[in-house]
Write a protein that binds this ligand. Sequence first.
Ligand code: NAD
Length: 477
Amino acid sequence: MTIQSQTTATLSYADLLASVVPAEGGREITDPATGEVVGRAPEHTAADLDAAVAAARAAQSEWAALGHERRSEYLNRAADAVEASAEALAELLSREQGKPLNGPNARFEVGACAAWLRATAAFELEPEVLVDDDGGRAELHYRPLGVVGAIGPWNWPMMISVWQLAPALRMGNTVVMKPSEYTPLSVLALAHVLNEVLPEGVLRVVSGGREVGEGLAAHPGVDKIMFTGSTATGKAIIRSSADTVKRLTLELGGNDAGIVLPDADPAAIAQDLFWGAFINTGQTCAALKRLYVHEDLYDAVCQALTAVAAQMPMGVGLEETNVLGPLQNKAQFDIVANLVQAAKDAGARILLGGDPDPDQPGYFYPTTLVADIDNDNPLVATEQFGPALPIVKYSTVEEAIAMANALDVGLGASVWGTDLDQARAVAARIQAGTVWINKHGAVDPRVPFGGAKQSGYGLEFGVEGLKHLGAPQVISY
Ligand code: NAD
């Protein structure tokens, strides 16, 4: 395998789209902000899946033989390719997913793809010497697993694909991706750009519905599934992968709690609380989805958050001023609308939003803040995955911790306050894979990320993330 030419092409939006749309047929994908057709996505069959797995398997041993250093060179070249076509990728992502170009949205997501590729290329992974004494020596190595299947959601389609494929490739595996049926073009386009520099067969995409995902999870030629999506689908994947005893990394749904302690400063935290909850218009796995505020500062936090939220422009993604966009699809719009309606019906107080305009095209749901709501209301107890944040009042910190821990999911959580020792003590008692202090949802390629309880298992990112894409092997003598 030789690294191809050093210059990376800058693709226009038209060229990028043309590279992924089939010559004929396919399924129309529409822009959730306007209803306009973005393009047609290929609908791959079971035979296409078999062919992709066979190609990935055929390419794997030569890819593995390159070693870490050469594979890291490829990942860095892949990052160059993403950066060269960043604007076209961001435009396609914005049109297909709905997220605005600006704010922590489409351009940010494409930038994160390059950053994660580079960070994943840079990690050191040395064999661990476990025993080395007169009795003998034992070393722990991480070998490639083989072919990794990567199944992704529609909310951060490009970035989550890179979270799955970058460590898989770095560890000497080849990859078959199955993007969400809602956002296949973004992932096909990303793969097209990456494949400008990667060797043939190392990265394949099969585009289709849940049956293609099921086929990948059950496929005897696939050694591991990296899955990001809902908890219900994660359970289905556990079942369909059981016969082949596949390794699994499951990043599933969450309903992240944030606890504002009595010593917090409402004005100082309002902006970070807002983005913790509303990043990607609330369609983020580890977004703040239920906020617990001490009664002494409840009104002040509600006021400060409302002031910040009311200023955030929502609209069509390609308009440069917007930082919030539509829900990605009608089903998600209906989930959010029904949950807010349930809150209203139960007598909760709407501080902002809650009144979608039936005449507005696109799946826009206004930024919504809901106060004076019970902890068992469905808007609190269910993952809303949209721009609606319930704010629950509490009296004692014990009560807040109990409410935060009451659900069967635990992806992220956050604690907000000025006394760091106290915030750390509360954080230690929350059942979640990550607990942030005075921020929410900030991920870092060097820091492992994963869920507790039914939010999944396995870790992504950092050296721990690499280990999850390797087959541990002990050499003992
Ligand atoms: P989803 O589970 O409906 O779909 C995800 C993917 O799984 C899609 O590609 C889909 O086609 C595929 N799929 C569906 N049924 C399948 C089956 N039986 N076998 C194999 N594949 C199947 O999820 P979604 O609606 O796209 O994403 C939203 C959910 O994802 C939310 O719950 C969110 O919290 C979660 N999520 C989690 C993380 C995380 O890191 N933990 C990140 C993003 C999203």
